[in-house]
Each structure stands twice: as C-alpha cells, then as structure tokens.
Ligand binder design. Structure first.
Ligand SMILES: *[C@@H]1O[C@H](CO)[C@@H](O)[C@H](O)[C@H]1NC(C)=O
Ligand SMILES: *[C@@H]1O[C@H](CO)[C@@H](O)[C@H](O)[C@H]1NC(C)=O
Ligand SMILES: *[C@@H]1O[C@H](CO)[C@@H](O)[C@H](O)[C@H]1NC(C)=O
Ligand SMILES: *[C@@H]1O[C@H](CO)[C@@H](O)[C@H](O)[C@H]1NC(C)=O
Length: 411
C-alpha cells in the first residue's frame, strides 16, 4: 500500500525538495530502433525536467512563507478599524435583537424571518440548474453583523437549505479556527451564496481553539465531527480551512465513494497541485469514511503534517483520493502571516512515519476536550479547550520515547 502514495514531487513538508524526474519513463517511451530520434527524445525529456524543476523552485518551503509566488494575485484584505477580537459578542447581540426586536433590523434588507417558509419535498437534481461556473472572490470586509443580516433569511435554525427541493446530502462544514474573524467573514460571504446555488443543505461549525494551547488542527476537526453529530444527522463532512475561497460553483461540495480533495489548485501555488499526495485545505469525507479511519490524529501540535497523516489513514483503509478537474478546483488563499501559536511541528515527519501504526489508538477514539457551544444564525461556534500535553501523554509509548530523544538532541 505504501507504494501507492505518490512521492515523486516535492515534499514541501520535509523542508527539502525531493524531485524525481519524469525523464526515465519518457526515455522508455522513446522509439527504440531509431537511435537518433532517441537522442532527441532524451534531450526533450531533459528540457521538460528542467522546466519542471524551474516551476517547482517557486514552491519550496511552504511553512516559512517562501512558497509565495509573486506573479499570482494574492488576496489581501483591506484594513479596517473593526476590532475582530470582539466580534463574537456582536453576533450574539444580533441574534438577541432578531428574536426580541425584529424592527431594529429594518434599515437593511431583512426579508422573512427564518423557518417560516415551507420546504419542498421533491429531491434536488444531481446537477443544480442554478450554477454559473467561474466566480470572483468578493473581498469586501463587512462586519459579522452585516453578514448575518445579509444571509439570515436563507437559514433555518443554523441550517442553510434549498427552497425548492430536498438536498441530496446533509453537509456539515467544519472550520478549524482561531482569531481570524476577517477571514471567516470573507469565506462565509462567498461560500453561502455559492452553496445556496449548489442547493446544498449545510450547517457551518466554526471550531475555535481557546488561545492557551498550540493550534491542533487535527484535534479540532475531530471535535467538530463529534459535536456536529450531537446536534444532528449529517451525511457528509467538509473540513474547510478558513483562508480558502472556492472560485467555481461547479466545485460541488458533496461526498462520494472515496474521500474528496476539493482545494486542488490554489492561487498561491499558481493553481497547480502542491504535490500529488496533497490532501489539505478543503477535504470531504462521508460520516462513515471519517469513522472508518478513526478521524484525524490528535498528535500534530503546531503547523504541518496532519493532512498527510489523514491521507495515510485513508489509504490504509483502502480508500483513494477523489478530485474534480483542476479547473473546477481553484481557490483563492487569503493572505496572512504566520500566526502565533502555530509554529511548525518538529515531530511531524516522525509522526507521519508511524501514521498507520497509530491509526486505531489515536483519533476520534482518544480525543479529550472541554467545549462551549454557541448557536448563532449562520453557524455554530464551538470553543474548545484542548490540552495538548494530555493528548501527547495519551500517545503510544514509542511516540513518547521518540519525542523525548528528539527533544534531547535539540537541546
Ligand atoms: C515578492 O513580494 C515580496 C513582498 O510583496 C517582496 O519582498 C519580494 O522581494 C518579492 N519577490 C520577488 C521575487 O519579486
Ligand atoms: C415595528 O413593526 C410593527 C409591525 O410589525 C410596525 O407597526 C411598527 O411601525 C414598527 N416600528 C418601527 C419603529 O418600525
Ligand atoms: C405551508 O404548508 C402548510 C401546510 O401544508 C399550508 O397550510 C400553508 O399554506 C403553506 N404555506 C405556504 C406559504 O405555502
Ligand atoms: C476539562 O475540565 C476539567 C474540569 O474543569 C479539567 O479537569 C480538565 O483538565 C479539562 N480538560 C481539558 C482537556 O481541558
């Protein structure tokens, strides 16, 4: 199974560029009898390799930000005076106002209040008739309150649903989060109309790690999964980075027979796949698939590796990655600096090597956390306390031993 993981492109993760040339296979395809042509063929394959290498040189070392290729347009948010650290209170008061004094919202276009309309009982068609294809990102930074007012008429108890038909799948979108309110607003401002056109039935879960501990994306995704299922039945889970905005509404947010990788082509990497085994950014797994693989590992504390681990887990269970055509899978990455509390995880390569061995004992079955749940109009906010030390102490002994020796070496 291990051989199935495509490893023949750069592995940004490893902070070193590993490249295997395509030239061997190209040479083998050269006509064997015509030697002169064969030499030309070798020359051409050499040139292709050089061009390939040149392209790759733009995208090394993702985590230090040097991957940024200046030729492409990066999405930069305008500066504002809004204090986004305080913004959650704003949403709460919005909800309060809507329930107590619906009159106060009349200055903006508030249509009917939620859950007053009848839903159709006929099934939606597989290909929604409302899709338009290529989109531009709406970069306007509105307040969370404005966002609520803009879209609340589409929501029914935190659930975005099509009006005219019954959606084919019920989706939970899990957004691991910390303090990036402006990104969340831009994401939702673009994603809600897109999903609405896709006739999706969606509940957004923003899973926020309380700021005390280092960011643990894998664990947050596990928490989102478990808590969503406490609230309702979901067919499909989409784990969504807060800084990725889809650029085509034909990129259908649905789960299939195999886990799906949605964010194939990012503007940051010139709309090319970072490496063949890249399974980060935006991915979708059915409820059954996520359970089968015991969710994400909880041991990736800090930046990097947990998405590669997820791939190992699903390959180990006999799944493959499914992807739509690159054209449909384009995303804008909203620019941001390296955030505090999310340093590269020095153990990520060591952990990745043991991904399959740990799978059964590290994941949904071993996560521990405390949480606070706040139901808002557009999403459910789950604030999570994760004790990384505690999670690492619960790791298999061989992991702890390796970590202990690695730390000693570094000191
Ligand atoms: C890319 O942009 C950054 C900042 O915008 C700048 O500092 C850097 O020199 C640029 N690099 C190239 C190769 O133009
Ligand atoms: C509030 O709404 C009621 C009816 O729902 C209406 O009669 C009244 O004029 C409104 N008040 C304001 C201040 O808009
Ligand atoms: C909604 O359905 C109920 C019962 O089926 C019906 O009485 C009502 O008129 C419907 N409302 C609308 C707006 O269609
Ligand atoms: C959860 O809360 C309990 C009681 O306050 C505490 O003992 C425990 O350490 C907390 N767990 C985490 C993961 O924060």
């Amino acid at each position: 199974m291990a051989q199935q993981i495509p490893r023949n492109a750069i592995v940004c993760l490893a902070q070193k560029t590993r490249v295997t040339f395509a030239d061997k296979s190209l040479i083998n395809r050269c006509p064997k009898r015509i030697l002169r042509l064969r030499n030309i063929c070798i020359l051409v394959s050499f040139l292709i390799s050089v061009i390939f290498l040149y392209k790759l040189s733009f995208i090394s070392n993702r985590n230090t930000g040097q991957c940024v290729q200046n030729k492409t347009t990066l999405l930069i948010l305008p500066r504002t005076n809004i204090d986004y650290d305080d913004v959650s209170l704003d949403v709460l008061s919005l909800r309060h106002k809507l329930q107590q004094q619906p009159n106060q919202t009349q200055d903006t276009q508030v249509q009917q209040l939620p859950h007053q309309r009848n839903l159709s009982s006929s099934r939606c068609s597989k290909l929604p008739p409302t899709l338009v294809g290529r989109l531009d990102t709406d970069k306007n930074l509105i307040s969370l309150k404005q966002l609520g007012l803009k879209f609340q008429h589409l929501f029914n108890h935190g659930r975005l649903q099509p009006r005219d038909c019954q959606a084919l799948q019920r989706l939970a979108i899990i957004i691991p989060f910390r303090k990036r309110w402006s990104h969340l607003i831009v994401l939702l401002n673009n994603l809600i109309p897109l999903l609405s056109r896709q006739q999706a039935d969606v509940h957004f879960f923003v899973v926020e790690q309380s700021s005390r501990s280092t960011f643990n994306r894998g664990a947050l995704q596990n928490v989102g999964f478990l808590e969503a299922l406490q609230l309702g039945q979901f067919d499909c889970f989409i784990f969504h980075d807060v800084d990725l905005v889809p650029l085509n509404d034909k990129n259908l947010y649905r789960c299939g027979d195999n886990p799906r990788h949605f964010s194939v082509a990012l503007n940051k990497y010139s709309y090319s796949l970072l490496y063949p085994g890249y399974f980060g950014g935006v991915v979708g797994l059915s409820t059954q698939q996520y359970r089968d693989i015991n969710g994400n590992s909880n041991l990736y504390v800090g930046w990097g590796g947990e998405d590669d681990d997820l791939l190992e887990r699903l390959l180990n269970k006999g799944y493959y990655i499914s992807r739509y055509a690159t054209d449909l899978s384009k995303y804008d990455m909203i620019q941001h600096g390296m955030e505090e509390g999310n340093k590269p995880n020095p153990f990520r390569l060591m952990l990745l090597e043991t991904a399959r061995v740990r799978q059964e004992v590290d994941g949904l079955t071993s996560i521990q956390y405390n949480k606070t749940i706040t139901d808002l109009i557009l999403f459910t906010l789950i604030t999570v306390d994760i004790d990384n030390e505690q999670l690492l102490r619960a790791a298999p002994e061989y992991i702890q031993n390796i970590m202990a020796t690695t730390t000693e070496k570094q000191d």
